[in-house]
Ligand binder design. Structure first.
Ligand SMILES: Cc1cc2nc3c(=O)[nH]c(=O)nc-3n(C[C@H](O)[C@H](O)[C@H](O)COP(=O)(O)OP(=O)(O)OC[C@H]3O[C@@H](n4cnc5c(N)ncnc54)[C@H](O)[C@@H]3O)c2cc1C
Length: 318
């Protein structure tokens, strides 16, 4: 049976959803999955990874600071040792940092941000957006080992009642880059990449003081994150962590609500694969309406309070 190695991220012993989706993508090809986890409490995440379809979990134990070089070397070694035909990581900040290094170690190439993955006759085919999402390319891999990152919120985590076998290994130390500290800028807030509902505001919100209306709508959903266009991030109205688009984050939630956002190609690049897109804009010709499933032509300052009330009332009924 073909083996695929997946780099799985965890936080506090819980595998991240994007990594469970990555395991799901690997399982959907019919391959057996070995997940590799690192960091404190790596072992605690094994149960979740097993339930998501990983047959084996390798925990890299290390005491020193994280080094993407060293971790990539460890991952490449595991891929070679298992004779795996593919290496996958979620297209997160960490995954995007590690995957090219692993590909270099394996003398392979990298298929980044894939939204489709299949295997036939030992060959992998991937689907990924091109030209900021304007075209969708289908690419066949002829590499000995396929190396790819999977776009979060696209693949479904596999539903399996399985239990993974767990192996502990010493992580390599050293490396040319050592991560000595990470400062969380918006602790406690749901990340736009993880949320199933994203409410984003643009320049049409007129000023930072009005983003309470965006936050209220997000809070009404209960599980929503707030996002922003680059224009408002550049203006200092919102933190960069919320920026959606070509130079921000790529999101594909179940529901994306764009408020006062014109729909520039660079913004669309980060959200056009969302399942349902709702646009609120007072200009009926705004480009965002071309990708929207539902559009409200109106003033955000009138629409947002009414919509927030309607969402609250609907949730109270269910
Ligand atoms: C290399 C490069 C990379 C970029 N990367 C990104 C990126 O990652 N993400 C990103 O978003 N942009 C990015 N941009 C910028 C992008 O081109 C646009 O400038 C930006 O997305 C515009 O932001 P906006 O829609 O908030 O503002 P605007 O384009 O000014 O649109 C504001 C909208 O609000 C509407 N509006 C005004 N008042 C109201 C109201 N009261 N109620 C309802 N609607 C109202 C207007 O009709 C208008 O459509 C990038 C640009 C470049 C060149």
């Amino acid at each position: 049976m073909t083996t695929i190695v997946v780099f799985a991220e965890q936080s506090g012993g819980q595998a991240r959803r994007a990594s469970l989706e990555c395991v799901g993508a690997a399982r959907s090809t019919g391959a057996e999955v070995t997940a590799v986890v690192s960091g404190k409490q790596a072992q605690a995440s094994a149960a979740g990874l097993g339930a998501a379809g990983a047959a084996k979990v390798i925990c890299l134990d290390g005491t020193g600071p994280h080094s993407p070089d060293a971790t990539a070397a460890d991952l490449a070694k595991i891929v070679a040792e298992l004779g795996a035909k593919a290496f996958l990581a979620a297209a997160t900040t960490l995954g995007k940092d590690l995957a090219p290094r692993v590909a270099a170690h394996l003398d392979s190439t990298l298929f980044s941000d894939v939204i489709g993955l299949s295997a036939e006759g030992g060959e992998f085919t991937v689907v990924r957006p091109w030209l900021a999402g304007k075209a969708i390319a289908t690419l066949r891999s002829t590499a000995g080992v396929l190396c790819a990152t999977t776009r979060p919120n696209v693949f479904a985590p596999a539903a399996s009642a399985g239990q993974a076998s767990v192996e502990q290994r010493a992580a390599s130390s050293g490396g040319k880059v050592l991560v000595t500290g990470i400062e969380a800028k918006s602790a406690g807030k749901l990340d736009v990449k993880e949320a199933s509902v994203v409410v984003s505001g643009g320049r049409g919100m007129k000023g930072p003081e009005n983003f309470g209306l965006i936050e209220n709508l997000a809070a009404a959903f209960g599980n929503a994150a707030t996002g922003a266009s680059r224009a408002v991030v550049d203006a200092g109205w919102r933190p960069h962590a919320e920026q959606v688009g070509q130079t921000g984050k790529t999101v594909a939630p179940k529901l994306y609500i764009a408020v006062g956002i014109s729909g520039a190609i660079q913004h669309l690049a980060g959200m056009r694969t969302s399942k349902v897109i709702v646009a609120i804009n007072k200009d009926k010709d705004a480009p965002i309406f071309r990708v929207a499933d539902y559009g409200i032509v109106g003033d955000a300052f009138e629409v947002l309070p009414a919509l927030t009330e309607a969402v609250r009332a609907a949730r109270a009924r269910h």
